[in-house]
Design a protein around this ligand. Structure first.
Ligand code: C5P
Length: 227
């Protein structure tokens, strides 16, 4: 079975809506992202429920704490059997290594990626922290993640070229995907094909699917655009 490049962000507040969508989805065509909102409300039980339907889960909790705390939290996350977990690269090399240690201690098959810099940050607000260019900082953070041995980075498709890590095993996971001109709250958006052509290994798609009346059609349209 081919590995699907589409990760659907389940940004719902209600489990019923999650299950209504998931009942219709084919787990060979997509993976699912469970984030802070759903996990805080429904916890591991929801992850179990989705995994029992065959879905691979990206648990998007973006851990950022002292290394010992992140190690212990990551052990618990990996024990759930999730496909992928993430941490903030800003937590530092030691913290990323601690999360990686947790992954290796629990399930070496799972993935660990880092968030480079939140795409909601602009050059203007990063200047308050003495950071001149968002792109340069994203590159530093991505390289730290790679040096720590992580499997990849969450970034904008537009950052992939400047980050410049070209080894096959390093994964670029990119949000900010739109099929049309609607940008919602993103500064810049990319179509699935543009993201793919820029080097994305996985695209995270939320509202274009979760708020559509025809989510399966949208997913199929995205998948066929890669061909
Ligand atoms: O496609 P849509 O804009 O609805 O997707 C938003 C999703 O992407 C959210 O779940 C958000 O947490 C995630 N995201 C992310 N990293 C970013 C930007 C968005 O994981 N830098």
């Amino acid at each position: 079975m081919q590995d699907s490049k589409v990760i659907i962000a389940l940004d719902f507040s209600d489990e019923k809506k999650v299950m209504q969508l998931c009942e219709r989805l084919d787990c060979s065509k997509c993976k699912l992202k469970v984030g802070k909102q759903l996990f805080t409300k429904y916890g591991p039980a929801l992850v179990d429920k989705l995994q029992s339907k065959g879905f691979k889960i990206f648990l998007d909790l973006k851990f950022h704490d002292i290394p010992t705390t992140v190690y212990k939290a990551s052990v618990e996350a990996y024990k759930l059997g999730v496909w992928m977990l993430n941490v903030h690269a800003l937590g530092g090399s030691e913290m990323m290594s601690a999360a990686l240690q947790a992954r290796n201690d629990v399930n070496k098959e799972s993935k660990l990626i880092a968030v480079s810099i939140l795409t909601s940050h602009t050059n203007a607000n990063l200047a308050h922290f003495g950071i001149e260019r968002r792109e340069d900082f994203a590159k530093i953070l991505a390289r730290k993640a790679d040096d720590a041995g992580l499997d990849g980075i969450v970034c904008s498709p537009s950052d992939i070229e400047s980050i410049g890590i070209t080894k096959e095993s390093f994964m670029y996971v990119t949000p900010g995907i739109r099929l049309g001109s609607n940008k919602d709250d993103h500064n810049r958006t990319f179509t699935p094909k543009q993201a793919y052509d820029l080097g994305a290994d996985y695209i995270v798609v939320g509202r274009p699917i979760s708020e559509s009346n025809e989510p399966l059609l949208v997913l199929d349209k995205i998948l066929s655009s890669f061909n």
